[in-house]
Ligand binder design. Structure first.
Ligand SMILES: Nc1ncnc2c1ncn2[C@@H]1O[C@H](COP(=O)(O)OP(=O)(O)OP(=O)(O)O)[C@@H](O)[C@H]1O
Ligand SMILES: N[C@@H](CCO)C(=O)O
Length: 306
């Protein structure tokens, strides 16, 4: 195989209560990337459409991950990479993670499937270091494994796939302001009190149990975040209004997608998710802020060949 085209999904990290520990992949929103083997041993990024990003391989997360993998595998080829961005960096939807995991997946295909999904996640996490300074796994693991994931442990890395209830649908609103993950991480407390921790880990347990048992009510009751959301929501215009409107329209729950500014809601079917979209839209309609909305099923496959 000399060339591969992949789709790498947008992802919702944290899923409210699971800061740095949970995430899920979207079915219909994501980046397209084309990888072509070359004879030189370099990595060249020859095209980037849809966002202004560095072309230097060591500054673009796609290049960072590709260089690492070619070196680790002692590959006898180089790469030309084309990136087609369909959603903006700094959106809270895992833009850098889409490039990092799309690259890890594609290079592995070109190498004849040398690496496991866990190893691909470790490579892609190095892309996240380049993007935001932290080796976060929640977005990249969700993109690589698909569906819902739990980062059970960071060192050593342990990723667990969580079942996705059929019919669960996500609604997203993305106000077009950029919040860099690096900056949004600075407002999250490094210490929390025991009472807060108890509530938070009970919610993670409730969310995972609800996903396993298709218990939509339990999923909704567990989409509560006492750690990141109270500190980050002030960075997002009209956050409380959007969240309340989404829940009033029938969403099971809503919260900040990753580090924001996007806000996600989960609904038990497509019709409700579309009503939630209308309700979120109504909050921003006359606000003067540019925004996009998306309704998407959860991607069960994650990054894939196109
Ligand atoms: N291929 C790439 N795709 C996206 N961002 C990249 C890429 N290469 C480098 N970057 C840099 O990474 C930073 C964006 O990362 P950041 O984590 O802030 O946003 P994000 O990837 O959209 O994540 P989040 O979901 O948390 O918003 C920007 O400074 C951007 O220039
Ligand atoms: N878990 C990370 C995801 C970044 O998108 C955070 O919330 O900072």
């Amino acid at each position: 195989m000399n060339q591969i085209k992949v789709f790498s999904p947008a992802t919702v990290a944290n899923v409210s209560c699971g800061y740095d520990a949970m995430g899920f992949a979207l079915e219909t929103l994501g980046d397209d990337m084309i990888f072509t083997k070359t004879n030189s041993k370099d990595v060249v990024i020859s095209k980037i459409e849809g966002a202004i990003l560095p072309y230097e391989a060591n500054k673009n997360v796609a290049g960072v991950v590709a260089l690492l993998m070619l070196k680790d595998s002692k590959a006898n080829f180089g790469l030309d990479i084309q990136i087609f961005k369909n959603f903006k960096p700094g959106s809270g939807l895992g833009s850098s993670a889409a490039s990092a995991s799309g690259t890890a997946f594609a290079v592995n295909q070109l190498l004849g499937n040398k690496y496991s999904n866990l190893e691909l996640t470790l490579f892609a996490m190095q892309g996240e270091v380049a993007a935001c300074g932290s080796a976060i796994a929640d977005n990249v693991a969700a993109a690589i494994y698909g569906g819902f994931i739990l980062v059970k442990n960071y060192e050593p890395l342990d990723i667990v796939s969580i079942p996705t209830p059929t019919n669960l649908v996500a609604t997203i609103i993305h106000p077009q302001i950029e919040i860099k993950t690096e900056d949004a991480r600075k407002v999250v407390p490094t210490q929390i009190d025991l009472k807060t921790a108890i509530t938070q880990w009970s919610n993670v347990g409730g969310l995972i149990s609800g996903l396993h048992s298709n218990d939509f009510d339990l999923i909704g009751r567990s989409l509560v975040d006492l750690v990141a959301e109270p500190n980050r929501k002030k960075l997002i215009p009209h956050f409380d209004d959007v969240k309340q409107s989404a829940i009033a329209a029938g969403a099971l729950g809503a919260g900040i997608s990753g580090s924001g500014p996007s806000i996600f809601a989960l609904s038990k079917n497509l019709k409700t998710a579309q009503k939630v979209e209308t309700a979120m839209d109504a909050v921003y309609k006359n606000s003067g802020i540019d925004y996009s909305t998306y309704v998407s099923h959860i991607s069960k496959t994650g990054t894939r060949i196109q």
